[in-house]
Design a protein around this ligand. Structure first.
Ligand SMILES: OC[C@@H]1[C@@H](O)[C@H](O)[C@@H](O)c2[nH]c(CCc3ccccc3)c[n+]21
Length: 464
């Protein structure tokens, strides 16, 4: 304890979050719903990709997942028992428009109607994500995100969903993580649709951002007042003591591709040089596009898991997720890691939030995803002790609090994820949930981290 004058200042500052801070959890349609062939749902690129031999660990698919399509009432009750203020979920485009355009499937929309009504009855605010990677396969067959037309189809789909739910849901995210959908889906090929072309990755990234702008404009015209975009962002760091010119160039390139390509477009209507060079060659960026992309948004969603570490490494092969990265290494660092092998670096969240506060002042921020996979095993009593996840979450909430204390306009935090679920190319083997899912019988078992998180929500912060 330190004493200043007659006042004794507590050594550990209070970890109370602002009044009205939003506490929630996040999921996505393809990862939890299942019912992949039910009630008129059409195939998505993930239904197709998951069937490609070797694409997904264990040959797992989202056919059943957490069977949330049928168990949504139970899952809402679970959310309410934790005291969640908000629940971030995505709408499955191929459930709403099986071919991605044209006729609407009423039973598809009905599911989200029921879900939103159930959330509101439980006092939980719906945070609706319109696109979380499950492009209707019919649109991919016509070129997918590499063709401009898909952006216009997305805006139409966004209008259909908004017009159905806007009387009850008012918080909208257009696109989840355009970098992943484009550079892992069309560049590295490790996500759906599994294409491997750098040019296609840049085309897809631009058309996803154009889709964001067109949809944001369509929602704004319909009266929406809480429109956002969610980006996976990370500080790009060089772990060397004295980075050289080549190291700094590597940081600049990866930061341009991962962060600035999307931040600058959405918030400034510009692209960094690394992207402009490709755009000049490909000709896919048209006059006026960036003005559409920079449609005003009411908040920015941030998915943060860990920093990205890079250094110059002459002779290193190009990482296909980062075109032009020949001579750049992505080294491991001496930090504890999660079951995904991702380093645990909570300070990176503070650094990222401060950067956004500095570079894009006036944009309210929401952490729309933060969480960790660990190898959770239920005990004989059904308890799931996950101290490592509690440690990860606590560390990142302290990091978020440090940003708040520095003046960052952070409005909320949504943990990834409510439930263990289909972890894309990793399948069901990687568990991110604060609630364990036993896929053999679909039982939900709240982990210790769920009870811990409920306490954080109840006291609106961490214990000092
Ligand atoms: O990997 C955990 C979660 C996914 O389950 C979410 O659907 C997705 O929004 C999401 N994004 C990130 C960070 C970016 C990333 C995604 C996938 C693979 C590598 C990095 C982590 N996560």
């Amino acid at each position: 304890m330190t004493t200043v004058g007659s006042t004794t200042t507590a050594r550990t500052a209070s970890q109370a979050f602002p009044a009205g801070f939003v506490w929630g959890a996040a999921t996505a349609a393809y990862q939890i719903e299942g019912a992949a062939h039910e009630d008129g749902r059409g195939p998505s690129i993930w239904d197709t990709f998951a069937r490609r031999p070797g694409a997904v660990a264990g040959g797992d698919t989202g056919d059943v997942a957490c069977d949330h399509y049928h168990r949504w009432r139970e899952d809402i009750a679970l959310m309410a028992s934790l005291g969640l203020g908000a629940y971030r979920f995505s709408v499955s485009w191929p459930r709403v428009q099986p071919d991605g355009s044209g006729p609407v499937n009423p039973r598809g929309l009905d599911f989200y109607d029921r879900l939103v009504d159930g959330l509101l009855e439980a006092g939980i605010t719906p945070y609706v994500t319109l696109y979380h990677w499950d492009l209707p396969q019919a649109l991919e067959d016509a070129g997918g995100w590499t063709v401009r037309d898909t952006a216009y189809r997305f805006a139409e789909y966004a209008g259909v969903v908004h017009d159905r739910l806007a009387d009850r849901a008012d918080t909208w995210t257009t696109i989840n993580e355009p970098w992943v959908a484009s550079f892992l889906g069309y560049g590295a090929g490790v996500h759906a649709p599994g294409r491997t072309s750098a040019d296609d990755a840049f085309r897809a990234a631009h058309h996803l951002m154009l889709a964001h702008g067109l949809a944001a404009r369509r929602l704004r015209e319909a009266g929406a007042e809480r429109i956002s975009l969610t980006l996976n962002l990370a500080p790009v760091l060089c772990p060397a003591d004295a980075p050289g010119e080549a190291d700094l160039a590597a940081v600049e390139l990866v930061d341009s591709l991962l962060n600035r390509q999307f931040l600058d477009a959405a918030l400034r209507g510009s692209y960094p040089d690394a992207v402009l060079e490709r755009a000049r060659r490909l000709g896919h960026v048209r006059d006026g596009d960036l003005a559409v992309i920079a449609q005003p948004i009411d908040s920015l969603g941030i998915n943060y898991y860990n920093p990205t570490y890079v250094r110059a490494a002459p002779g290193a092969p190009e990482n296909p997720a980062f075109p032009g990265s020949a001579g750049v290494a992505f080294p491991s660092v001496d930090l504890p890691t999660t079951a995904m092998g991702w380093p645990i670096a909570p300070d990176g969240l503070t650094e990222l939030l401060l950067r956004l506060h500095r570079d894009h002042p006036g944009v309210p921020l929401v952490v729309t995803e933060n969480g960790a996979a660990f190898d959770d095993v239920p005990g004989p009593d059904g308890r799931v002790a996950d101290p490592a996840r509690i440690g990860y979450l606590e560390g990142h909430l302290r990091a978020a609090h440090a940003a708040l204390a520095a003046g960052v306009d952070l409005r909320g935090y949504l943990v990834w994820s409510l439930l263990d679920n289909f972890e894309w190319a990793e399948g069901y083997g990687k568990r991110f949930g604060i609630v364990y899912v036993d896929y053999a019988d679909q039982r939900r078992l709240p982990k210790d981290s769920a009870r811990w998180y409920a306490g954080v929500i109840a006291r609106n912060g961490l214990e000092a």
